[in-house]
Write a protein that binds this ligand. Structure first.
Ligand SMILES: [Fe+2]
Length: 260
C-alpha cells in the first residue's frame, strides 16, 4: 500500500508539473502576447467611449507642479483634470453617432458654423487646452531661436514688441477666451484673440490661420493664484513658454502651406 501511495503521489506531481510548463509556454507565445495587447487596446477604447484613438484625452506633458511658481499646482490640477476633461467628455458626447466621429478635428473646425453650439464650445475646449499645455514647460521662457525668432522680429520689429502685442491681446479680451500667435496662408505671423472656446482654425474666426502659441485667459486659468489680476498671470506666462515646441509648430505650419 505504501509503495502504491508513493506512485500515485509521483504521478500527481508529474501531471501538475506538465500543466505549469504548458501555461508558462503559452504566456511567452506570440498568440498570448497578441491577445494581451488586444485586450489592452479594448480597454483603451472602452475608456474613451469607443472613439477612435485620435480623440484621446492626452496626459498632461508634465506634473501638476511643474509650472510653479508661475502657474500653481492646484490651478493646473483643476484646470486639466476638471475643466479640460469636462470639455473632452462633452465633445465626445456631442459628436456621438454623427459624421464627426470619423472626421479629423481640423475638418470639424473648418465647418464649425454648420454644427451645434455644443460641438463648437467643446471641440474648442478640448483642442485649445491640449494646445496650451503643450506650449508650456517647466523652466521655459527665454527667447525663441532660429527661423521663428527671425520671423517674429520681421513681423513685429522686435521680440519685446511681439510680447507686448500678444500680452495686450490677452489683457483686452473681454470676458473669457484665448490669445494666439498664428501663421496665415501667405506665410505672415499675426496675433489675435478669440472669445469663449473659439480658435483661429474655425470658419467663424475673424482671422483664420494656423495656431503656433496660445494663452488661456479664462479666469479658471489664473484665479486661485492671481484672483482678478489677469495682467500678472500674463506676465508670469512668459516664464513657462516652450519655445522649442512653438518653433516646431512654425516649421510644420510652413510645410503645410507648401512654403518649405
Ligand atoms: Fe481653460
Amino acid at each position: 500500500m505504501g509503495k502504491l501511495n508513493l506512485v500515485v503521489a509521483f504521478i500527481i506531481v508529474w501531471f501538475l508539473g506538465l500543466q505549469y510548463t504548458s501555461i508558462a509556454q503559452e504566456k511567452d507565445s506570440p498568440t498570448h502576447q497578441m491577445k494581451k495587447n488586444q485586450s489592452k487596446n479594448d480597454f483603451k477604447k472602452e475608456t474613451i467611449m469607443n472613439m477612435p484613438n485620435k480623440f484621446e484625452f492626452k496626459p498632461l506633458p508634465y506634473s501638476y507642479d511643474a509650472l510653479e511658481p508661475f502657474i500653481d499646482k492646484l490651478t493646473v490640477e483643476i484646470h486639466y483634470s476638471k475643466h479640460h476633461k469636462a470639455y473632452y467628455d462633452n465633445f465626445i458626447n456631442a459628436i456621438k453617432g454623427t459624421e464627426m466621429e470619423s472626421m479629423d478635428i481640423k475638418d470639424i473646425f473648418k465647418n464649425i458654423s454648420k454644427y451645434p453650439m455644443a460641438v463648437r464650445n467643446n471641440s474648442g475646449g478640448y483642442f485649445n487646452h491640449t494646445f496650451y499645455w503643450e506650449n508650456m514647460k517647466s523652466h521655459g521662457g527665454g527667447l525663441p531661436t532660429g527661423k521663428l525668432s527671425e520671423a517674429i522680429t520681421k513681423a513685429f520689429n522686435s521680440f519685446e514688441e511681439f510680447k507686448k502685442q500678444f500680452s495686450d491681446a490677452g489683457k483686452t479680451r473681454f470676458g473669457s477666451g484665448w490669445a494666439w500667435l498664428c501663421l496665415d496662408d501667405k506665410g505672415n505671423l499675426f496675433i489675435c484673440s478669440t472669445p469663449n472656446q473659439d480658435n483661429p482654425l474655425m470658419d467663424i474666426a475673424e482671422k483664420k490661420g494656423i495656431p503656433l502659441l496660445t494663452m488661456d485667459v479664462w479666469e479658471h486659468a489664473y484665479y486661485l493664484k492671481y484672483q482678478n489680476k489677469r495682467p500678472d498671470y500674463i506676465d508670469a506666462f512668459w516664464n513657462v513658454v516652450n519655445w522649442e515646441e512653438v518653433a516646431k509648430r512654425y516649421e510644420n505650419a510652413l510645410k503645410s502651406f507648401g512654403m518649405k
